[in-house]
Ligand binder design. Sequence first.
Ligand code: ATP
Ligand code: MG
Length: 303
Amino acid sequence: MTQRTSIERMPGDELIRLARVLKVPIVKRTIKRSWLIDEVIKELDKRNEKHAPPTKLQSPAILIENVTKQFGKKIAVRSLNLKVHPGEIVGLVGPNGAGKTTTLRMLTGIIRARSGKITVDGHDIQKNPLLAKERIGYIPEKPTCYPSLTAREYVMFTARIYGVPHETALIRMREYVELFQFDEFIDTYVGTLSKGNLQRALLIGIFTREPPYILALDEPIYGLDPRGAWNLKKLLRQLRDDGSAILISTHILEVAADLCDRFVIMNEGDVVGKGTLQELQSLFPEALSLEEVFLSLTGGIPE
Ligand SMILES: Nc1ncnc2c1ncn2[C@@H]1O[C@H](COP(=O)(O)OP(=O)(O)OP(=O)(O)O)[C@@H](O)[C@H]1O
Ligand SMILES: [Mg+2]
């Protein structure tokens, strides 16, 4: 969606808020919507001229080197190596308890790896946690967030934390609210949103930031309805083509096969397979699908 289209689709209150942020002089008592839109765009063009071009990501954007995590005696992730380059969607797949969520929680700095090294856009998650966390957008497996904020308040709040200019946040929020068909819920308290809608609110929060993105998405399709899933998959492909680096964990193999360029297959904390679908299939010439490769690598195809 172009910037103009997002602005044209804004409800009156959002448009006036944007005009105020941009200090458009509103002196007349009655103003025409079309005039206000033109003034807002004029003002934005002035600012865009000064705006720096989008930054490129380091390659690899995500680097996990020899990472191990243990909970008591249980090794949840063992000597994991994983890279995601800009322009790639990598699928982290594996059965329940394989270590996918643990990997993403280490990558986003929520829990510490016992050993090994993780960098996000070149920043070490242990040594420079704020710089690394600033660069990554994370959708957790079980999203929780400030229940007493409305979705709109949450999105604007996260945009502020990440230093997104107010006007940019308002325009991007409108764009993604339309894309995820979220208008009905934008003023709903986060605590009362359904799982899928909470996921949408978190995604809108991430996408107020400047692309390209580094995304760590834990089962992002799982809570979404078919239309939401379709829209998200289309968006992720487009972001990938524009240079974002995306790591997705899932055990829904249809999603993985449909969306990911490469796969890292985990089982009980170990990497048991890596590569493109073709490369993985060449290991098992009999396998007809990612599902059969997956089953062969994680305990064999059931009789
Ligand atoms: N905080 C924790 N304390 C103790 N054990 C944990 C903790 N978090 C994860 N584990 C264990 O680590 C292993 C890996 O769990 P993880 O949640 O990473 O798996 P997963 O691949 O995301 O599985 P799923 O597909 O079910 O989401 C499991 O055996 C789990 O019980
Ligand atoms: Mg998980």
